[in-house]
Design a protein around this ligand. Structure first.
Ligand code: UD1
Length: 357
C-alpha cells in the first residue's frame, strides 16, 4: 500500500508505483489521503507523474494539525482493515506520512519509510516531529544519503533496518526532464533563459508572521529591480498575503510576477532555466542540487545538509538576501556535484528490497 497526501509526496510515490507494478507477485495499492486537494496541488501532479487514479481517496483535507492527522488516521484505519495490506509504504514528512505510519503499525502491519533519517533538529517544524515519529515506528528505513543513516543509528535504529537507496525525487526529476525541455513555460512569462529568479515560499516560519512576510515582500521588490522574479504561490502564502493586505500591490507588478502553483513539468522547466531559486521547500533544495542551479534557502537549518556540503544550496537570512543574489548575478556561486545514488534508480533499489520482503 503506497500512501501519498500532499504535493511533495506524489513525485516520491510515482517511480515506486511504476517499479512495483512491473514485479510479479507485488500488487501496489495507491492511497491518496487528500491532505492536498486543489487541482494544481494534487491532480495535476498525478497526471504529470503518470500516476493512476488512487485506489482509495481519504478526503482528509485541511484544518489544524490535530484535526488533519486525526481525520487521516480514522479513514486510513478503515482502508487497512478492509484491504489488509502486507506492507504500508509512506514517503516524506507531511502530516499524512506520520498519521498513516502510526495507524498501520498499531494494526501490526509492517511499515516502510522512504526518505527516512533526515533531521533538521528543529522541533518547531511540524515536519521534524513527523520524521521522528515515522522513523521510530518504521520497520524498513530507506535513506537518501549517508547522513540520514548516521542520524538513525544515533537514535538507536538497528543497522539491519536501514537501506541506503538514494533520492527517489531524482527518479521523477530525471524522468520528467525530456518533457520539461520541450515546454516553454519561461517564454509564457516573457523570460529569457537565466534571465529571471524563481521564488517558492510556504513554510509557517516565513509566511505566517506579519513582520517576516512584510520583510520578504520588501526584499523581493528590491531584488526585482536587478532581475525579474516569478513567484508561483502556495495557497497558505496567498491567504496570508491577502490577510495582511500585501497581495494588492503585487497583483500586476511588472517585475515580480505572482502566479498560481504550477504543474510539475512547467515548474521543472522554470527551475532548469532560472538564474537562481529562493525557496524554503525541502525537495527544491535537492532538485536544484541535481540541476546545478544556485539555491538560496530562507531557513535557519535544513534536514538536507548534503545539498549544502555537496550541492548548490546555501542557507540565507533575510537581511543577507540581496547581497547573496548579487553574488549569484556576478557569477560567484559554487558549482556543486550530484550526491551518490541520486541517479534515477532509487525506486529500482527499493522495489528489489520490497520484493524480498
Ligand atoms: C504541507 C506540509 C509541508 C509541505 C507542504 C507542501 C505538513 C505539516 N506540511 O504544508 O511539509 O512542504 O505541504 O506544499 O504536512 N490548502 C489549499 N489547498 C490545498 C491544500 C492546502 O488551499 O490543496 C491551504 C489550506 O488553507 C490549508 C493550508 O493551505 O489550511 C495549508 O495546508 P496544509 O496541508 O495544512 O499544509 P501546507 O502548508 O500545504
Amino acid at each position: 500500500m503506497l500512501v501519498a497526501g500532499a504535493r511533495p509526496n506524489f513525485m516520491k510515490v510515482g517511480p515506486l508505483y511504476r517499479q512495483l507494478s512491473r514485479h510479479r507477485g507485488v500488487k501496489p495499492f495507491f492511497v491518496h489521503t487528500g491532505q492536498h486537494y486543489d487541482y494544481n496541488m494534487s491532480e495535476s501532479f498525478l497526471q504529470d507523474l503518470g500516476l493512476p487514479k488512487p485506489d482509495a481517496f481519504l478526503d482528509a483535507g485541511s484544518g489544524s494539525h490535530a484535526e488533519q492527522t486525526a481525520r487521516t488516521m480514522v479513514a486510513f484505519e478503515k482502508i487497512c482493515l478492509q484491504t489488509k495490506p502486507n506492507l504500508v509504504v509512506v514517503v516524506g514528512d507531511v502530516n499524512s506520512t506520520m498519521a498513516c505510519a502510526v495507524t498501520a503499525k498499531k494494526l501490526l502491519i509492517p511499515v516502510a519509510h522512504v526518505e527516512a533519517g533526515l533531521r533538521s533538529r528543529d522541533m518547531t517544524m511540524p515536519e521534524e516531529i513527523n520524521r521522528l515519529v515515522t522513523d521510530a515506528v518504521s520497520d524498513y528505513l530507506f535513506t537518501p544519503s549517508r547522513d540520514a543513516d548516521e542520524n538513525l543509528k544515533q537514535e538507536g535504529a538497528t543497522t539491519s533496518k536501514i537501506y541506503f537507496v538514494g533520492n527517489i525525487m531524482i527518479d521523477s526529476l530525471k524522468a520528467a526532464l525530456p518533457k520539461a525541455r520541450q515546454k516553454n513555460a519561461l517564454a509564457d512569462f516573457g523570460f529569457q533563459p537565466k534571465g529571471y529568479g524563481l521564488i517558492t515560499l510556504h513554510r509557517p516560519s516565513n509566511v505566517d508572521l506579519n513582520e517576516k512576510l512584510g520583510g520578504i515582500v520588501k526584499a523581493l521588490l528590491k531584488i526585482s529591480l536587478k532581475i525579474p522574479l516569478i513567484f508561483p504561490i502556495h495557497p497558505r502564502t496567498l491567504k496570508n498575503l491577502h490577510n495582511r493586505r500585501l497581495a494588492e500591490g503585487l497583483k500586476s507588478h511588472p517585475r515580480l510576477k505572482i502566479t498560481q502553483p504550477l504543474g510539475y513539468i512547467d515548474f521543472i522547466n522554470l527551475m532548469m532555466n532560472t538564474c537562481f531559486v529562493l525557496t524554503d521547500s525541502g525537495g527544491i533544495q535537492e532538485e536544484t542540487t541535481f540541476l546545478g542551479v544556485p539555491c538560496l534557502t530562507l531557513r535557519d537549518n535544513t534536514e538536507r545538509p548534503i545539498t549544502l556540503t555537496q550541492g548548490t544550496n546555501e542557507l540565507v537570512k533575510l537581511p543577507d538576501l540581496t547581497e547573496k543574489v548579487r553574488l549569484i548575478l556576478d557569477g560567484k556561486w559554487k558549482h556543486g556535484k550530484i550526491p551518490k545514488y541520486w541517479d534515477g534508480k532509487t525506486a529500482q533499489r527499493i522495489a528489489a528490497v520490497i520484493r524480498k520482503i
